[in-house]
Design a binder for this molecule. Structure first.
Ligand SMILES: [Fe+2]
Ligand SMILES: [Fe+2]
Length: 148
């Protein structure tokens, strides 16, 4: 797997797996562990979004057509919403409310999976090796790995 995929797809899969694992933790009453995972994944999410907004999306925007710009607007809107869903999830975990955790997780998982699929289908291919924005992709991957 190349550097860009390792960094970005790696975090996408990790995020999906961690969220999927939360259901069982909450069901088993492991609230402290669940709270720790929600806090850690939110920190990862905030950093991931920051790198995409500062480096990946602006570079994509310079080469995007109308449809690409519409996709980008939609993805940016999701970047505003996703941290809010994490806060709701953290509240549900803090309240030890299993039903609320389940409901919030279901919505969050759907939005996260769709967001990742759209990025991976419409945006990321331009940053792969031998592609137009390869150099930017390298820099973004290094930044992503640089913190949190
Ligand atoms: Fe994103
Ligand atoms: Fe992403």
């Amino acid at each position: 797997m190349n550097h860009f995929d390792q960094a970005f797809l790696g975090e996408h899969r990790e995020m999906e797996a961690r969220l999927e694992g939360l259901e069982e933790l909450a069901g088993g009453g492991h609230w402290d562990k669940a709270a720790e995972i929600v806090a850690r994944q939110k920190a990862h999410l905030v950093h991931h979004i920051d790198v995409e907004e500062r480096i990946v999306y602006p570079a994509f925007e310079t080469v995007a057509d109308d449809e690409g710009r519409r996709t980008l607007a939609f993805l940016r809107k999701r970047h505003q919403e996703l941290p809010v869903f994490f806060d709701e999830l953290a509240d549900a975990v803090a309240a030890h409310d299993h039903q609320d955790v389940q409901d919030t997780l279901q919505t969050l998982l759907r939005i996260v999976a769709d967001h990742h699929a759209t990025e991976e289908r419409d945006v990321f291919p331009l940053f792969e090796p031998e592609s137009r924005l390869q150099a930017v992709g390298e820099r973004a991957a290094s930044e992503l790995e640089g913190a949190v």
